[in-house]
Design a protein around this ligand. Structure first.
Ligand code: UDP
Length: 484
């Protein structure tokens, strides 16, 4: 008879901020439940990640948690500046990872299965792989290890990705700019709720790189559907229909978000031993600045860890924000403005207004910022983590999506959840100014009510008896069964 083995889960995120953060939070939650963890990512991500963690305290709190680096094929950190476009960068990243990482991942799993010291417990009992690292499913099959996909996007966007082939077959894709507002009718549960312009950016087909990316995402969706289950960083009450639709693809769907809040709810004093999975040092000086501002008066602006703005786009936003006359806190991480060498040419009125009522910083503790009483609105690129953090904090959003899933999220913010304004495909100062005023003047009672309701539901899902709390418990129980 086979002896029951202690669960050992290998976790493989895609090596980028928005993917590593929720997967680290899940890893800590599983480790807290007594599950052995091997967390695997590229050196370029692992080094800054562990720099933000107090490793001595971390090892005491999570004694069976290992970090392991695995090459993504790039000798050094990838920088946006070395590529003519973001599509070229992404194609190169996906291509290089596909050439290098699957072989190394297979070797890692083989070595864990074949531990020289005869340590049977080193054999993984389950792999949790990022939904866009689906080569892990083949590796798991080879070694008889179940693989669960973790999609770091919303359930709605994940559901949309499962329909890319259908969108091509029914000739919604490719489409021209003049057809942007054409409603999409072929995605069950989302009929007429999203338009062509709201599809993930790979559907826009502006160049051959986007064609390659579209094919990549179609292949990933098809490969991912072979996973034994799906984990999502969302909560049942936010996306009930899409989560239930995904149940037709996967035998088990675990909606366990917002993960960064769930980990803090369940693991006592987590902030004293770990970070939330951030890759940059947080500048906390903004918190004292926020303390000096009026309640709900400040606009918080961040375009996430990856998106870049051109100099002109930044100026349009800057003028719009300054013209709205609201105090503002703006994250501008280094490298996020293209043509930044031109930064001396900023109009004097912007410099003066910023010194009077603005603060520009490199990287902040975003969730703490959003929870601060002074914050009255969030101008966001609609990365999924940021969107979920805005909802959890009950802060209304202006969505200006750039790429990937952000287009879908921005639409959901306005049309489905009704907690903000979608300004995709527009970047002019008048719209920004009007959007900021509309968002922050508090006169849209429906939006205020929806924000309060979704914040309440998010909190409720995390508590004992709540949906995300319960789904995590079910995941942990199912993982324990995998090892017996
Ligand atoms: N973030 C942060 N400090 C900042 C800006 C962003 O900690 O100054 C975090 C934010 O809380 C979020 C993550 O970075 O969890 C960005 O992830 P998201 O999915 O929103 O966007 P991406 O960076 O993947 O485009």
């Amino acid at each position: 008879m086979k002896t029951p083995q202690n669960p050992h889960v290998v976790i493989l995120p895609f090596p980028a901020q928005g993917h590593v953060k929720p997967m680290l939070n899940l890893a800590m939650l599983l480790s807290n439940a007594g599950i052995r963890i091997t967390f695997v990512t590229s050196k370029a991500v692992l080094d800054p990640l562990v720099q933000q963690i107090n490793l001595t305290s971390f090892r005491t709190r999570f004694p069976s948690f290992q970090f392991n680096s695995l090459s993504d094929g790039f000798p050094t950190k990838i920088t946006r500046e070395s590529y003519a476009s973001v599509s070229l960068l992404l194609v190169d990243v996906f291509d290089t990872i596909a050439k290098v990482t699957p072989r190394l991942f297979r070797e890692l799993i083989a070595s864990l299965c074949d531990d020289e010291d005869g340590d049977e417990s080193s054999r993984p009992t389950c792999v949790i792989a990022d939904g866009i690292m689906s080569f892990a499913i083949e590796v798991g099959d080879e070694f008889g290890i179940p693989v669960i996909s973790f999609r770091t996007y919303s359930a709605t966007c994940t559901w949309v990705y499962f329909h890319l082939q259908k969108l091509v077959d029914q000739r919604f894709i490719p489409f021209q700019q003049g057809e942007f507002d054409c409603p999409i009718t072929c995605i069950p549960g989302l009929e007429n709720k999203i338009r062509l312009r709201d599809l993930p950016s790979v559907c826009r087909q502006r160049n051959s790189e986007e064609n390659t990316m579209l094919q990549f995402y179609m292949d990933q969706a098809s490969a991912m559907s072979k996973a034994s289950a799906l984990i999502l960083n969302t909560f049942n009450e936010l996306e009930p229909d899409s989560i239930s639709q995904l149940g037709s693809v996967f035998p088990n769907v675990y909606a366990i978000g917002p993960l960064q809040s769930l980990s803090r709810e369940i693991i006592p004093n987590l902030d004293s031993v770990s970070s939330d999975g951030t890759l940059w040092k947080k500048d906390r000086s903004c918190m004292a600045w926020l303390d000096r501002q009026q309640p709900k008066s400040v606009l918080y602006i961040s375009f996430g860890s990856f998106l870049t703005l051109t100099r002109d786009q930044r100026l349009e936003f800057w003028h719009g924000i300054v013209n709205s006359k609201k105090p503002f806190l703006w994250v501008t991480r280094s490298g996020s403005i293209l043509d930044a060498s031109d930064s001396n040419n900023v109009p004097a009125e912007l410099v003066t207004a910023t010194s009077e009522r603005g603060l520009i910083v490199n990287w902040v503790p975003q969730e703490e910022v959003l929870a601060h009483a002074a914050i009255g609105g969030f101008l966001t690129h609609c990365g999924w983590n940021s969107t979920l953090e805005g909802i959890t904090a009950g802060v209304g959003m202006i969505g200006w999506p750039g790429l990937a899933d952000q287009q879908v999220n921005s639409r959901c913010i306005e049309e489905i959840w009704k907690v903000g304004i979608d300004i995709k495909d527009m970047c002019d100062r008048a719209r920004v100014e009007n959007g900021v005023r509309r968002l922050m003047d508090g006169s849209d009672q429906e939006m205020v009510d929806r924000l309060n309701e979704l914040r309440r539901l998010a909190r409720q899902s995390l508590a004992i008896g709540g949906s995300s709390f319960g789904n995590l418990k079910r995941l942990i129980e199912d993982m324990s069964k995998m090892s017996s």
